[in-house]
Every structure is written in C-alpha cells, then in structure tokens.
Design a protein around this ligand. Sequence first.
Ligand code: 26W
Length: 819
Amino acid sequence: MTANKAGQTVKAAVKAKDISEGILRHLQQSLGVEMEEAGPAEFWEALSLVVREIDLQRIRATRKKERENKARRVYYLSLEFLVGRLLSNNLHNLGIFKEAEKALSEMGVSLTDVLEHEADPSLGNGGLGRLAACFMDSLATLDTPAIGYGINYRFGLFRQSFAGGRQVETPDGWREDSFPWGIERPKRKQLIKLYGRVAEHAGKAVWEDTRSVLGMPWDVPVTGYNTETVNTLRLWESRATEGFDLNSFDAGRYQDSRSQEITAENISQVLYPNDNHPAGKELRLIQQYFFVACSMADLIDRYKRENGDGWDHFADKVVMQLNDTHPAIAVAELIRILLDEEDFKFPDALVLCRKVFAYTNHTLLPEALEKWPQRLIARVLPRHMQIIHMINYHFLHSEVDAVWPGDDSMKRRLSIIEEPDRPGDDQMVRMAYLSVIGSNKVNGVAAIHSKLVQDMLFPEFHRIWPDKIVNVTNGVTPRRWLDHCNPELAELIDNSIEGDWRGELDLLSDLKPFANDEAFQRKFAEIKLNNKRKLAAIIKELCNIEVNPEAIFDVQIKRLHEYKRQQLNLLHIMALYRRLLENPNLDVPPRVFIFGAKAAPGYLVAKSIIHAINRLADRINNDRRIKDKIKVVFIPNYRVSLAERIIPAADVSEQISTAGFEASGTGNMKMALNGALTVGTMDGANVEIAEEVGDDNIFIFGMTVDGVSELRSRGYNAWDVYHASDELKSVIDWLGSGDLSPEEPDAFKPIVESLLDRGDYFLTLADYQAYSDAHDRIVQTWKNPREWWRKAIINTASMGKFSSDRSIADYNRTIWNMK
Ligand code: 26W
C-alpha cells in the first residue's frame, strides 16, 4: 500500500477474515443460499454486497465532510456513463484487493473467476461515455465534491454478434440478474412535467395541463483511489405516477402492446445507439429533459438543505458540466425555475445561469451537432421554448449587436433558431449555441480540437467572448487502464521506480532510464507476450481463430465510423494479402490485425465495413498459401471488459482518423500507456502523444489539418488517386467485385461508392500510400527488438500527462474554480 497526499496510507481497515464473514452473511441472509451451494455468481454478488457496505459508510462520511466544508460541488450531467465492471475497481480503490483474494481462496474460490461473473454495464456508446466514467474515478480520487447525473437505462448499448459476417443487434438487459451497486433512493424521487401549455396568471407564466413522470434515483457509489472519499453517480429511472401516467388520457392505446408510443416507463428503457449522429426522436428529447429536470430539482433541493432558501450563494456552491449538448436543455430549465418559481427577473436569471454552466464539446462533425425542431420543443416543453426565445432575443439584440451593430446577416448566422433553407420547413433549435450562450466556459478535449472549436466551429462566439473557449485535454484513469488491466506491468513498475505512480502518473517518467536496459526490456516484452497469450485464448474462444502470440498484434478498437477510417486499415490488409500471394516468401513478420467496433444500427456504410472485414478475415485466415503471415480477427461485442483484455496485448495502436475529425481519442492514450506504438495521423490527442513520446517513438503519417484544407481547396478527386495507384486500384476493384460475398455481390458497394462516386469525403485514398509506408516502418522497427522495446517503454514512461487526474485538476483550476 502506498502513501496518500498527506503521507498516510488510506486503506479500509478490513481484513480477509472480515471479508469472509461478510460473504457468508450475505450468502445466507441476502441471497438465501448456503456456502456449499453457491457458485461464482453468488460469490460475486455476496462480495459486492460486502464492498457496498464499506462504500456506503464512506459515502456518509464524505457527505458529512462536504457539509462541514461547504465547498462548491460539481454536477456532471451526462446521458452516458460507461462505467464497466465495478467490483475489481472498488477492491483496488479501497486497497482491499489482496485481502479479498485471500478471503475467497480460503473458501476455495478464485477471485479471478468471481470477477468474470459481473455484467458489464454498457450505459454509453463510446468515448464520451467512457470519459465520463474515468472522470468520476478521478473526481473521487482528487477529493473533489461531485455528483454524476445520468439515466439508469434498462437496456444499455445493444449486444453485437455476427451472422455471415454481418452485425446483428440484440438487447442487453445488463441489470436483469442483479446490480448490487445501484441503490434505489425513494426519498429523493422527483416529479417532472411534460407537454401542456403556458398560460398567464396575474402577469406570471404558468405551465399547466401537463403530464407528469416520476424520476426514481439509483445511486452508484464511486470510490476514489487512496482516499476516503466516495462520491455518487445518481442515475434516474422513469416510472409512471398513479393517475398521472403519460397515457392516462387515452386508455385505449394503453392496451396496445405493439404501439411505439411514449409511456412514462419507457423513457429510461433504452440508450440511443447513435454515436455522432442525433436521432431526432421525440423520446430522445424527453430522455434529455427527464434526466436534466430530475437532476436540477435534486441539486436545488440539496442546495437549499445546505444553504437555506436564498440564491445568493448558489453560484459559489454549484457548477454544472454539460457533457456535450445532450443536457443543454438544462440552461432553459434553470431559467424557467428562476423566473416561474423563484421570482427572478430575466436578466438576473441569465447572469446566474452563466455562472453555473460549463459545456464540453466532443465533436466538430456538423451532422453530430444536435438541432431540435422548434415545433417539437414547443409541443413537449412549451415554456422552455419561450425561454429559449428570450435568451436568443437578449443575445442577438444586446450582445451580437454590440459587436456587429445593425448586422442582420450576423444575427441570422448566430441565432439559436436556425431558419429553414426552404420556406415551410421547420425552424431548428441549435443546442450547441444554447450551450455556448448559457455557459461560463466551453472546452474542447485536446489542444488541436479546442483550437478548431475557437477558429472553425464557433469563431464568432470566440470573437464576442475571447476567454470563454478553453482546452482541457482528455485523460484516462491509470487505475483501470494500467493497474487493473495489466497487473504484471503494474508490478514491474512497482519494482522499478519509487512513489505512488497510480496517483501521480507523471512518476512514470522515472522509467525512462530503463528504456535501453536489456534486462528490463526482456521483462517488459515478456509481460506483453503473456498478455498476448491471454488474448489469443480469448480470440480462440470467441472467434475460433488461432493466432500466434509472437506475431505483431495490430489493434483498432473504437466505434465504427468512416472518419475513424477502419476502411483504410481494411484496404491496406487487402493489399498486404495480395502482396503475399504474389510473393509468398516476402520477409515480413507475422501480423494479427484485431478489430473491435460497433456500428450504429442505421449506419449502412459502417455496417458494410464490418461485413467486409469479417469476409476478408474468413478468406485470409483460411488461406494456407500465406503461411499464417497475416490473420484478421473481428472480436464481437466490443465493450469495456473486452478493452481491458485487448489493450494490454496491443503492439500497434491504430489511430488513423482524417485529420481534424477525431476530437481527442482516449484509446490512443490507453494503448500507449500499456506500451503499444501508435500509428496515427496528426489528429486529436495523437498530436500531444507525439509531443510527449517524441517523433522517433510514434509512427505519424498522412495529411495534417492544414493539408486537408489545402487539398480540399485545390479540389480533391478520388478517381485520380485510384487511377494513379495500381495497388489501390486493384484492391478497390476486388472489394467491389463481389468476390468476398458471392451470395450478395453488391454487399460492399456502399464502401466503394463512398470512396469513389461520393468523393471520398474522409480522404481515405489520399492517405493510403502514406499509411502503407508507415506500416513498412513498423515492420522494419519490429525486426529490431531492442529498438522496438525501447520505444514501447518510452511510450509507457511518457504517458503521465494523460491521467484523467490531470484532466480533472485542469477542470478544477480553469473551469470550475475549485478551491
Ligand atoms: C446526439 C448524437 C451524438 C452522440 C454522441 C453526438 C455526439 C456524440 C459524442 C460526442 C460522440 C463521442 O463519443 N465523441 C468522442 O468523445 C471522446 C471524449 O471526449 C473523444 O475522445 C472522441 O474523439 C470523440 O469522438
């Protein structure tokens, strides 16, 4: 056990004996089974309940301390928290992992087996949701008073399987079997309103004839590392209220089980599986408002309990972080409460609002920026629509007009309400503008991204408020993404350097002197090989493919999206395969290309790319001629618990987005931390990773952001690139030929069309040769193991900056003004 900030060790005073007594007690009294009948699933639940008792005790202590300190509290509003499994994480953070291991082994049970019986809560899509979970870990670790607010979805992100290589989605009822971490808190339930109309009574707006929904909070404890602090993640579940059901106006339809209509209960049923593309559905808007309204009422209740009824201290005690625009309606909700329930005047309400909100932007993709039809908001949230108009009026006529007097075209451009191109079409509400206008600070998630937010996305806002848009580079928690997922590497580090690197990741730089040390290199390489052996076993089990652990494990794991360019990887593997067929004795090391990715169910090109990779994998993996020089594996149902197995086994980390499109990326940080070398573009956090590891220790290739815009302004023609490269031409022709999918020859046409007929918007072909050259450099480096492992060690040693503890310290200082 290591020392905390004050130099003491913080470790629950819990011994193996206490844990085994607790397990026995819960087996018998909570689960109703005898120890002899219990299997690993029961042991998992019983141990989780033991840990939960410790968590709950510490939550109470944390709250008491916070009440005494009267500190500002962060409320992190997010539709997604991709927390992953919690038992191991909690055991580590409480410092009782070893004791729990001992307790179970004395009962003849393996902790490793038990941990595998936990469901993996997939309450998020990808990067944004996982970032929220890393941030919760770091908030607790840094003793920052914080509550995360989200939705307790009954069905998280769909479960993915493959049929004939195609993605098939099935529901993931992740908490069906029991979720001991979530504790229902009926005392804190909230009632929220929807629909209705706005009337005026005695000069005051009244939102009436509404329908109500009940929000029931479920609290999940969030332990910090090496601290007593345990924070709360409060997830809302929707329920019908007696007599106030959303459907009570129409009992007839209530019986119709096929109907897709919105009921009070189905608000929290499913996570929308879109990443980077808004669904535009009424139910999604209601989800957003539901969790925002419950959370806001909850935090105001807490503020009043702690500070009395006045609003004078509200801004000193409260800061709300909007995780993308998904909770942006919170801006209108706060102003509604202040105007209609608290007797504020509009200008004062807006001033207060602008002290307590901050907004994080996670994407520049134009199609990802949320816009809601004005008419929809006016119907579901009529009072909020009025308030949005008030905010907009104030903004355009006093703030925009001050900078661009009398400039109507600028007012049209910056209006929260977007006028339709064609008369008669809907006006749209730009949620990003509402977020910027309502917030104190706006941040991007990597240096290059924040610069683009200032200069390309919101240049006029940046002109009006030059200090508003700032950068906070993302980070990942080293507890889950090194200590927990790569225990052997963690131990090697423990034996090599001094100090608490788990809490101060910068200390990893003390590994640099070992980079060239042959004995250390051997140990580092041996650990990687072990991790690859374990992953090979998982691949055998899940995909029935044998892979050679001595091969280069080349990994691309992330959502499937054209801008992330899995298709670039695909084309290159096709070319490698052809090169080997032409010359089977090519002197190249064996390589395994590993993919993990879910595609949004409605995103056809993305699904076609998955299908193509799977078909290519079938072809290559069964071709004896190439003597196992390449294998291709698409691991189904990529999720946090799989990432924990894949990341420690990666040799090469594929971060190959079109420059300017990946806001940050966080998988890039996780793999480099575990000693993988990155092949990547100058995009997102890759830029800062390159800065930290040095140009010699990363394979940067391809166009830069400036290169991309120059090429576009020169006029890019994908056909020219196609005709100029025999290799590229032959693989694209092959992909389009139907050879890989004879039963459906047109299956991969959507990919070919996107690359050629539709102009290759993501410049895949333009970057192809540079990408192929970068892979040649990778192969050359691999042939020199001393060089490879030196670079790998330098990568691990250089990741200090990318701890989410550093990100949270940045937020504390530059955005939240925490003491
Ligand atoms: C409304 C539809 C929708 C859903 C999700 C739009 C946008 C999103 C997210 C912004 C997508 C997302 O997860 N973005 C990722 O956020 C990560 C954390 O900041 C970054 O590391 C990734 O680069 C970014 O793509």
